[in-house]
Ligand binder design. Sequence first.
Ligand code: SAM
Length: 183
Amino acid sequence: MNKHNILTRAERYNGYMSRDELEWLVDRATETTAGCRWCEIGVLHGRSLVAVGLAMLGRSTLVSIDLRWGSQESAGLTAHNAFAEIAWQNPHLQLVAQKADSAAAAGLYADELFDVVFIDGAHELEAVRRDLAAWMPKLKPGGLLAGHDFKTWPGVTQAVKEIVPAAENPAGSIWCWRKGESH
Ligand SMILES: C[S@@+](CC[C@H](N)C(=O)[O-])C[C@H]1O[C@@H](n2cnc3c(N)ncnc32)[C@H](O)[C@@H]1O
């Protein structure tokens, strides 16, 4: 599916990701190769999940974690619709849905397992510190750690500046950092 169609489909789901932020996610997901493991924390109705899930190459894995996975609805669409849409359009992608607290869920995964971890869960300072502490070890060396609401949510901004001060701000309120670069 081309980028325009992916973005149009993602934007049917309500959420807080702007067009340029979704484009950044689609570009990163399109760059992945088979076997990639991507984890998204904070799914809500599935806006960013659809952007990534439709752009990733098949025979990869997309893990989605939310405390309220699938129980939030807007305009008749939920994460269940997002999940079904991705499964239908990208049948070789292995999809995982976890209704769980993000930091607790991290304990279920081996260290250095993921190529990408995208954090868009709770935005309060202590919660973001907790997510960063729990998820940074789960990222492969050279893997991409990123998240949303940098500079728009004080808790996100402060935690990212404290823990990953080398993080960049490539689009909108997206922050990102590649593991292996200095923090
Ligand atoms: C800003 S929304 C995610 C937006 C989504 N990425 C999008 O594209 O629209 C944040 C989500 O994080 C979830 N959340 C909040 N605290 C959490 C926690 N401790 N563990 C897992 N998910 C959490 C909320 O239920 C909510 O759905």
